[in-house]
Design a binder for this molecule. Structure first.
Ligand SMILES: [Zn+2]
Length: 131
């Protein structure tokens, strides 16, 4: 896939900007492989996968009783339910062409200002004169 290069400043010539990435949440069953990315973008980074816990179920079970024996059994039951948790991570995707940052076509306002001053000093004036 062709990827666009970082834009180059029209004054100092330095490359500027960062890839504009979107994040997406990936979720899959515990014990299975993380699903592959199937989009048209570029995976810039994938977060560390983690397993969710069913906190709500556990909290409800614990809250349902004050009997420590039953509570312990409820907690054990919740812990034995792998289908209630799943794996999640975050992927950062770049579309291969979008950049953000800078002051197109300049890297900084300082470069834009210097460019404008030099252009002015060189005699450039807006078409039709200043308004
Ligand atoms: Zn610059």
């Amino acid at each position: 896939m062709a990827q666009s290069k970082r834009p180059v400043c029209g004054h100092c010539g330095k490359a500027y900007g960062q890839r504009a990435v979107d994040s997406e949440q990936v979720r899959w069953p515990v014990g299975e492989q993380m699903p592959e990315y199937r989009g048209n973008g570029v995976v810039v980074k994938t977060g560390e996968p983690y397993r969710t816990t069913s906190r709500a179920a556990l909290a409800a079970a614990v809250a349902a009783t004050s009997n420590p024996e039953i509570r312990a059994r409820a907690e054990a039951d919740v812990a034995k339910m792998p289908e209630q948790s799943y794996m999640v991570t975050t992927r950062w995707i770049w579309d291969g062409e979008s950049w953000w940052g800078g002051y197109k076509p300049f890297c900084t306002l300082r470069c834009a200002l210097e460019f404008a001053r030099k252009a002015f000093a060189a005699g450039y004036r807006p078409r039709g004169g200043a308004k």
